[in-house]
Design a protein around this ligand. Structure first.
Ligand code: C5P
Length: 397
C-alpha cells in the first residue's frame, strides 16, 4: 500500500511514456498521490491533458512558469515528495542527471532535490549498451539512484534486447520496496544470489543448478521490511528483486569484488551458489578438437566470499548469514560449516535431486545459530524468505 505517499513522477520523452499513464493509475489505486512533470519531449508522446486527468493533479511542464514559481517553486516541488520516479528515463535525461544539468524543469527538480530517486530506463538497445550510458548509470548508482529495469524484449524500434521499460506493476513494486516503512528501515543489507559461471574459454563455462530463486525472494522480503538491499547476483534464471540495487556478475572473483565494493552493510546474506573452483588459465580462444587428445582442465580454488566477510577484523556486518546446500548429513555438515566460516547463522538445506529444492519453488531449511538448530517445515521459498527477513529484523533491532 502507498496510502498517503507523495510521488513526483517525471515522464521523459520516449515511446514507453504511454505505460506511464497506466503507472499513474496503478499508483493512485494504491493510495499514492501523484504529481506529474512532463519533459518537453514527453509532451510529444503523451498529452498534458491525459496525464492531468489520470493523476487528478496539475501537470508541471515549464521551468519558467512564473505563477508556479510563486505558488510552488521548483525546489519545493522537488522536496515535498516522498519519492521521485523517472519513467521513462531516457538516455538523455539520465545523462543530464549524471552530469548535473539543470536546463529544464525535470533536470532542475532532480538537481535541487534531496528526495530519493527511482528511475525506470527506456531506450534503444544500443543506446542502453553504449559506453556513455553505462558510465552514466554507474555514476547515478554511486549517487544512490535506484533502478528498476530495463527488461529484455522486442522494442518499438524493431530491435531486441535490454531497453524496454519495466511494466507498470514492476515499477509499482519497486516504489513500494523503496517506500516500505518497516523494522529494517535505514539498514543496509547485502545479498549474494544465483550461481557463478567460471569460464573454460570464451564460449564455455562451468556452472551449477542454482536458479537464484531463494536469494531473490530474500531480496524482496527484506526490501518489504524497509531495508536498503544491495543484490549481487550471478547469472540467475529468475529476475532480480524490484526496487533494490542490483549488481550483476559472472564469476566468483567478480562477486567478491562487488561484495567488497558494496560494504559496509549492517547485514550480509550469502545465498549464492558460488563455484568452489575456477579453471586455471582459462583460454582466451575457443578450445578446438584435436587429434592430439582431450584437453585437460586444471582448477584453482575460488575465494570464499562468505568466510572472507565473516572473518573481517574491521567493518564486519553485525549479522552474517551463510547458506549450506548439502546432499547428506545436512545438520552436521552445516554446523561444522558455520564454525569454519565464522558466520553467525547458517541456513541449511538438503539439495539432493529427490527433494526438488534446487531450481524448485519450495525449500525446507534448518537455521543453525548460537542457539542451536531450528528446523522449519517445508514451505515456499517466498515464505522462507519472509520468515528469515522477520528473524533478521528481530536480531538486529
Ligand atoms: O562451502 P560451501 O560452498 O558449501 O558454503 C556455502 C556458503 O558459502 C554459502 O553461503 C555460499 O554463498 C558461501 N560461499 C561463498 N564463496 C564461496 C563458496 C561459498 O560465499 N567461494
Amino acid at each position: 500500500m502507498l496510502r498517503g505517499k507523495r510521488i513526483l513522477l517525471i515522464i521523459g520523452g520516449g515511446i514507453a511514456a504511454f505505460k506511464s499513464l497506466d503507472l499513474i493509475r496503478r499508483l493512485r489505486e494504491r493510495g499514492a498521490d501523484v504529481t506529474p512533470v512532463l519533459t518537453k519531449a514527453g509532451t510529444e508522446f503523451v498529452t498534458p491533458l491525459s496525464v492531468a486527468a489520470l493523476s487528478g493533479s496539475k501537470v508541471y511542464t515549464d521551468l519558467f512558469d512564473l505563477t508556479d514559481e510563486a505558488e510552488m517553486g521548483h525546489i519545493q516541488l522537488s522536496r515535498s515528495a516522498d519519492l521521485i520516479v523517472v519513467a521513462p528515463a531516457t538516455a538523455d535525461l539520465m545523462a543530464k542527471m549524471a552530469q548535473g544539468f539543470a536546463n529544464d524543469l525535470a533536470s532542475t527538480l532532480l538537481l535541487a532535490t534531496d528526495t530519493p530517486v527511482l528511475v525506470a530506463p527506456a531506450m534503444n538497445v544500443r543506446m542502453w549498451q553504449h559506453a556513455a550510458t553505462q558510465r552514466n548509470i554507474a555514476t547515478l548508482k554511486d549517487d544512490g539512484v535506484v533502478f528498476v529495469g530495463p527488461n529484455d524484449g522486442d522494442m518499438a524500434c524493431g530491435e531486441f534486447g535490454p531497453g524496454r521499460m519495466s511494466e507498470p506493476l514492476g515499477i509499482v513494486a519497486a516504489v513500494e520496496a523503496k517506500l516500505a516503512d518497516g523494522p529494517l528501515k535505514g539498514k543496509r543489507v547485502l545479498i549474494t544470489s544465483g550461481p557463478t559461471h567460471e569460464p573454460i574459454d570464451p564460449v564455455r563455462y562451468i556452472a551449477n543448478r542454482s536458479s537464484g530463486a531463494q536469494g531473490t525472494s530474500l531480496g524482496n522480503a527484506l526490501a518489504a521490511l524497509g531495508a536498503d538491499v544491495v543484490f549481487v547476483t550471478g547469472p540467475a534464471d529468475v529476475a532480480p528483486p524490484s526496487g533494490v540495487e542490483v549488481i550483476a556478475v559472472q564469476t566468483a572473483q567478480q562477486m567478491l569484488e562487488a561484495v567488497q565494493a558494496a560494504l559496509p552493510s549492517d547485514v550480509a546474506i550469502f545465498a549464492a551458489a558460488v563455484a568452489d573452483w575456477r579453471v586455471e588459465g582459462a583460454s582466451d580462444r575457443k578450445l578446438k578438437k584435436s587429434k592430439d587428445g582431450l584437453p585437460t582442465l586444471s582448477f584453482a580454488e575460488n575465494p570464499d566470499i562468505l568466510a572472507h566477510v565473516a572473518q573481517l577484523k574491521k567493518g564486519r556486518p553485525s549479522l552474517v548469514v551463510g547458506f549450506a546446500a548439502e546432499t547428506n548429513d545436512v545438520e552436521a555438515n552445516a554446523t561444522a560449516k558455520r564454525k569454519r566460516k565464522g558466520c553467525d547463522w547458517i541456513v541449511a538445506n538438503d539439495v539432493s535431486p529427490e527433494t526438488g529444492i534446487m531450481g524448485g519453488s519450495e525449500n525446507a531449511v534448518s537455521i543453525i545459530s548460537d542457539a542451536g538448530v531450528e528446523e522449519w517445515p517445508r514451505m515456499s521459498k517466498d515464505n522462507v524468505a519472509r520468515k528469515l527477513a522477520q528473524r533478521i529484523a528481530e536480531a538486529i533491532a
